[in-house]
Design a protein around this ligand. Structure first.
Ligand code: PGA
Length: 235
């Protein structure tokens, strides 16, 4: 199976920069991977033709919610994936909201990329398993997937995001196995699990493993040379 490569462009690119990246990306060989690009909302159209993801989505379809963008609206723009519960958004969203967002994404025929992961404090208090279990149980409460639906779980240790610190392969594998166990308890079987957090040309060699279905790349995804090197390594 082709590995997923999800590019979370965060809020890193102005429109002109996004256009330059798009032009350069067109020359990259993406044939042996399943490539998804998640630009800022205002740059979604710049990456037309690629598998498009959004970085968040509001749970109501329509209404008086100033400043929000709904899963429904995104689905009309040919967006197929939506990142939900990224650690950079969890401070604005409680677990009930994350659950409603996952359901809204599925209801609008898109695939949620649900981020879970422990903070530095969780890690030092050895409560990684407990935190991940709670995040999965609450986000997926009442979620029943039909045969056409799928969910992508992105395991991203919060302490690894943007920090340059990468997790050891063995630890990643242990957590992936644990996530699979929880998903089976929740009777969710249509899923993929990807890993993210400080994936760079330097760290990918240590991170790369057979248990994950792909990778979520943040900062490195907006630098074409870095992205290219990471993709070559993943292939
Ligand atoms: P990073 O970000 O690759 O810059 O650590 C990953 C993410 O936030 O999804």
């Amino acid at each position: 199976m082709k590995k997923l490569v999800v590019c979370n462009q965060k809020m890193l690119l102005a429109r002109d920069e996004a256009k330059l990246l798009r032009k350069a990306l067109d020359d990259v060989d993406l044939s042996k991977i399943n490539f998804i690009v998640c630009p800022s909302y205002i740059n979604l159209d710049v990456f037309k033709g690629y598998n498009l993801g959004a970085q968040d989505a509001f749970y109501e379809d329509k209404g008086t919610f100033t400043g929000e963008i709904s899963a429904y609206q995104l689905s009309l723009l040919n967006v197929k994936f939506v990142i939900i519960g990224h650690s950079e958004r969890r401070m604005f969203d409680n677990e009930k909201v994350i659950n409603a967002k996952v359901k809204a994404v599925l209801r609008n025929s898109m695939t949620p990329i649900l981020c879970v992961g422990e903070t530095k404090t969780d890690k030092s208090l050895r409560r990684t398993s407990e935190v991940i279990k709670r995040q999965l149980e609450t986000a997926l409460s009442g979620v029943v997937l039909d045969d056409t639906q799928e969910i992508i779980i992105a395991y991203e240790p919060v302490w690894a995001i943007g920090s340059g610190k990468c997790m050891q392969k063995e630890d990643i594998e242990d957590t992936i196995l644990y996530i699979k166990k929880i998903l089976s308890m929740l009777e969710i079987s249509n899923y993929k699990i990807i890993y993210g957090g400080s994936i760079t040309p330097k760290t990918i060699e240590n991170i790369r493993n057979e248990l994950v279905d792909g990778y979520l790349i943040g900062n490195s995804s907006v630098f074409l040379d870095d992205l290219n090197m990471i993709i070559k390594c993943i292939k």
